[in-house]
Design a binder for this molecule. Structure first.
Ligand code: MG
Length: 225
């Protein structure tokens, strides 16, 4: 697992998640642009912890994909672990909030969808989960209605508000913890607003969420890495 440390409240927090959970179709505008319906219940998948990437690093475009997309997402870090966590108690289990880019090999994902196969390849390459720039303690941020956006080379590609999420942070924790134990340090990425699009070698990505800050990464090709 890459060594990813983020500042939190004056200290450094070492990210050692047992799993990264990521929501699909949690913004109606993004579900629409993908030709998908808004789901009636939470839909999620897992990204491997080995895909984490610290801030100010390089997203590597794999040779086997011709279309790698950016997706900016609000992420939460689990503090106290648990199973069967109710939405009313969910806030007691959140340590803090940060930004996660759910980088996606869209062509591989489209092929997997067509063939009825899992998404693990499309979502799981090394460097496909940039995270940062810091963790804001849950006590200091209400995630309910924050501006969320992403620029590539200075042009705005994604812009939305977390209030557009279909399922709230508390509902997501309730749903996921019915299936799997959430452990301290686990990361949940809560889905992306519309405007996802391709990255190319040399791009500079800046993602921001109001109250959290800006996450910056560069994009490189696998051959030049
Ligand atoms: Mg996503």
């Amino acid at each position: 697992m890459p060594d990813v440390k983020l500042p939190m409240d004056g200290d450094i927090y070492n990210l050692r998640p047992s799993k990264i959970i990521a929501l699909a179709r949690n913004y109606p505008s993004h579900a629409g642009e993908m030709g998908s319906k808004v789901p009636e219940r939470v839909v999620f998948f897992l990204k491997p912890p080995s895909s984490l990437l610290p801030p100010n690093s390089e997203i590597v475009l794999p040779k086997v994909s011709r279309e790698v997309h950016h997706e900016v997402e609000l992420a939460l870090i689990i503090g106290k672990g648990g199973r069967w966590i109710s939405r009313e108690k969910a806030h007691e289990h959140i340590q803090g909030y940060t930004i996660l880019l759910d980088i996606t090999a869209r062509d591989l994902q489209a092929e997997a969808k067509r063939r009825g196969m899992p998404w693990a390849e499309a979502k799981g390459f090394d460097t496909f989960a940039p995270i940062g720039p810091k963790i804001v303690p849950a006590s200091k941020l209400d995630p309910g209605d924050l501006e969320i956006g992403l620029k590539v080379n200075g042009s705005v590609r994604q812009l939305g508000r977390t209030s557009q999420m279909v399922f709230s942070v508390a509902e997501i924790i309730e749903y996921v913890s019915r299936i799997m134990t959430l452990e301290e340090g686990d990361i949940i990425a809560t889905g992306t607003p519309e405007g996802v699009g391709p990255l190319k070698e040399g791009d500079e990505v800046e993602a921001w969420i109001e109250g959290i800050g800006t996450l910056k990464e560069k994009v490189v090709g696998e051959n030049n890495h």
